[in-house]
Structure formats: structure tokens, C-alpha cells
Design a protein around this ligand. Structure first.
Ligand code: SF4
Length: 211
């Protein structure tokens, strides 16, 4: 895909949604970090349902530690893999209290040292809580980038590198939200909704030929 098309795609996505953000509910970097940890293999809606009850009771690392793992499990038991997520969240809270004064560190290295936090989660927190121009490539971004030929790559790391290279600076902070939302609601996995897609004329998707 050429530069002009990419620019037009980004411009349309921006015009369509000038101030995109995550669909996870949060008000502080810690609330975002905890929500992202809870969201692995779960929907944002299910995470929001749990955190809407949890955060009024406990929304800091110390408060979650005070709650304890069993009570924490009670709040998040509707989310998949809640047992291991609760254990990880407690360990993360302990590290945040011990090493970072109970705050979420604005550092990739420190974030990735937390239990359950990989590159993608660190990218989301750095981007969405701190405004860094990072791009967290999830399954939606991976699919949309490859399908449209906007930024092709054989794995998520390669797609991330390609996106960082081809997306102009002014779009970098928001691009991951636009691509996730586009993948979640329009360019869906099974049957992309090309008829109602605002970038259909620019997309280079070639559907497999019917036999
Ligand atoms: S035209 Fe279809 S394949 Fe291309 S981005 Fe839109 S929904 Fe996805």
C-alpha cells in the first residue's frame, strides 16, 4: 500500500472519531493497568462490569492488597481465567507498592517486569495512560493491518514495527484505537462488513476466490 492511501485511511479514521480511547473504563493509570490485565481473553464489557463494582471499593495497589486475593476473586469471578488473574494482580500490586511507591511506573522496562505484563499491555498503558506514541498490536490490529495491506507482517511484533515506521507522527498516539475499533466493529474476523466500511475504496483486501 502506498503512502498516499495510508494517509487517506488515517485521515478518514480520524475524521470519523477524532478523540478515540479504550473501551475499558478507567480514571487512573492503575485502574487502566488492572483492567488491561483482567481483559486478556475476555471482553471489555465483561471487565467493565467487574471493575465498576471493584473500583469504588478498591482502586489502588494498597487497597487491592488490603482486600486480599479471595475477596478480589469474588469481584472478578465473572471474567475468564479469574483465578490466575487475581493472583497476578495481587503480585503486581505488591511490586507497585514495594518498588514504585504504589504508583504505575511510566517506563517500559519497569512495566514489563510486572507479573502478567508483556509488551502489548505495556504499550497500552504507556499510550493510553501516559500519551506515548506506542502501538499495541492485538488480534484486531494484526488482522486489519494485514488484510488491508496497510502494514503487513507475519507476527504481531513485525506488524508493530511496520506500523511505527509507516504511520506519520501526528497519528501515532491514536492509531491503535482506530484500528482496534475498526477491527472490532467493521473489519470483523469472519465476515468483514465491507459494504459499510469507510475505507472500502482504499482497502487492498482480496478475499479468497470461491471455488
Ligand atoms: S473494506 Fe472490508 S476488508 Fe477492507 S477494511 Fe473495510 S471491512 Fe475490512
Amino acid at each position: 500500500m502506498n503512502k498516499e492511501k495510508r494517509l487517506e485511511i488515517l485521515t478518514r479514521l480520524r475524521d470519523n472519531n477524532p478523540h478515540p480511547t479504550t473501551e475499558l473504563n478507567f480514571t487512573t493509570p492503575f485502574e487502566l493497568l488492572a483492567a488491561v490485565l483482567l481483559s486478556a481473553q475476555a471482553t471489555d464489557v465483561s471487565v467493565n462490569k467487574a471493575t465498576d463494582k471493584l473500583y469504588p471499593v478498591a482502586n489502588t495497589p494498597q487497597a487491592i492488597l488490603d482486600l486480599g486475593v479471595e475477596k478480589l476473586k469474588g469481584y472478578i469471578k465473572t471474567i475468564g481465567l479469574f483465578n490466575s488473574k487475581a493472583e497476578n494482580l495481587i503480585k503486581t500490586c505488591q511490586m507497585l507498592v514495594d518498588l514504585h511507591g504504589g504508583e504505575v511506573p511510566e517506563s517500559r522496562e519497569a512495566l514489563e517486569a510486572l507479573p502478567g505484563v508483556g509488551r502489548k499491555t505495556a504499550n497500552v498503558v504507556l499510550n493510553t495512560a501516559f500519551g506515548w506514541p506506542t502501538i499495541a498490536v492485538d488480534t484486531h490490529i494484526y488482522r486489519v493491518s494485514n488484510r488491508t495491506k496497510f502494514a503487513m507482517g507475519k507476527n504481531v511484533d513485525l506488524v508493530e514495527q511496520k506500523l511505527l515506521k509507516v504511520v506519520p507522527k501526528e497519528f501515532k498516539v491514536d492509531v491503535h484505537h482506530w484500528l482496534i475499533l475498526h477491527g472490532r466493529y467493521t473489519c470483523v474476523a469472519r465476515k468483514p462488513r465491507c459494504g459499510s466500511c469507510i475505507i472500502e475504496d482504499l482497502c487492498e483486501f482480496s478475499p479468497p476466490k470461491k471455488k
